[in-house]
Write a protein that binds this ligand. Structure first.
Ligand SMILES: [Zn+2]
Ligand SMILES: [Zn+2]
Length: 349
């Protein structure tokens, strides 16, 4: 039988009309890689690259075994390889809940082709980027975990809005995927929430100051983990002390009637409704103040006159009454007013 020649290079053909080298060049066991993201629980090492978390394989430095398993299951192959190995190159990063790192994974697949003395070995190398994310699994989040990166501490139960603030924090954490409250501690004058994301604790902190009146303090303290590879981490605590008044209340302070729009530190900011709603900012720690109207004292009233002065119907007597701080408005429009010393002020400003 005449010796057939390799279709590519002309050397003696061995398999499928190709020589050994050309055959190996053209052969690929790996068909492709399915796309996936890998999440690993910072608390217990369980991992997820599909629909649900699976128990931890090993809580090692780079989660290499987990990555290997995830990649192997997401590699489409013609046949079972002789060996499947990989190495992962992590950038410098903190093992912190919510952190995502792009990892370069070098995969080496060795495949035996054929049997006996004609068998060949194909080696394939691939570099595939992997999105690797630190998270907290559901099990750890349901109180099985002691993991937290900081606390949100709410103080001053006397404030009428204290429970609203508590609900606000719970709702914000609940709607944020991957962030959990792992412990709630009731205290005499407040409550502490242990939260799994530092970043989000600060987000909530600034959200609280926009929504409620109070003092916000952020403190961080050193907090070490017992992992062999861990770096020192800082814990972030946010203390939010509700004031005696709230956004929307009217303070008599420094001869002004300040409709409070926001509170930051010692400053209450808003508008002076006694003086054409001009912007006002007062230090309520150094000035005496009086809460002359609460936000929910405001009632609706209809504008009945525009010139020479804006008048609404008095909500109780239904007699026309002048609005001290009118804004642009139309006849028949409803505005919110408060009555202070039998004078009407609008808070719709
Ligand atoms: Zn050839
Ligand atoms: Zn876990």
């Amino acid at each position: 039988m005449p010796q057939t020649k390799c279709l590519k290079c002309g050397n003696p053909a061995l398999i499928e009309q190709l020589c050994k080298d050309c055959y190996l060049d053209s052969y690929h066991n790996v068909i492709g890689f399915k796309n996936f993201n890998l999440s690993v629980c910072v608390m217990c090492g369980s991992y997820n690259y599909g629909k649900e978390f699976r128990p931890a394989m090993e809580f090692d430095k780079d989660f290499l075994k987990t990555i290997k398993k995830a990649f192997f299951e997401n590699t489409r192959l013609h046949k079972k390889p002789e060996s499947y190995n990989l190495d992962a190159e992590f950038p410098q990063h903190e093992k912190k809940q919510g952190n995502q790192v792009n990892v370069m994974v070098a995969i080496h697949v060795k495949t035996k082709i054929g049997e006996g003395k004609y068998s060949l070995t194909k080696e394939e190398d691939y570099n595939i980027p992997l999105r690797f994310r630190y998270t907290v699994c559901e099990r750890c989040s349901r109180g099985y975990s002691k993991y937290f990166e900081g606390r949100i501490q709410l103080r001053n139960r006397k404030n009428l809005h204290f429970n609203d603030v508590v609900s606000f924090v719970r709702a914000k954490v609940k709607e944020r995927k991957g962030v959990f409250i792992t412990k709630e501690e009731e205290l005499r004058d407040g409550i502490d929430f242990y939260v799994t994301s530092q970043k989000f604790i600060q987000t909530i902190g600034s959200g609280l100051t926009r929504r409620f009146a109070g003092d916000l303090k952020v403190t961080s303290s050193l907090h070490t983990r017992d992992w062999k590879t861990s770096k020192d981490l800082y814990r972030v605590d946010v203390v939010f002390r509700l004031g005696d008044f709230n956004v929307g209340d009217i303070l008599k302070i420094n001869h002004k009637f300040v409709l409070v729009k926001s509170v930051a530190g010692m400053m209450a900011s808003g508008v002076n409704i006694r003086q054409n709603n001009c912007p006002a900012q007062e230090n309520y720690k150094t000035h005496d103040y009086e809460i002359i109207a609460k936000a929910d004292d405001a009632v609706e009233a209809i504008i009945v006159k525009k010139t020479p002065q804006v008048e609404v119907l008095h909500p109780e007597t239904y007699q026309p009454i002048k609005v001290e701080n009118p804004k642009n408005a139309k006849i028949d429009e409803k505005i919110k007013i408060v009555l202070i010393n039998e004078k009407a002020y609008t808070v719709s400003v």
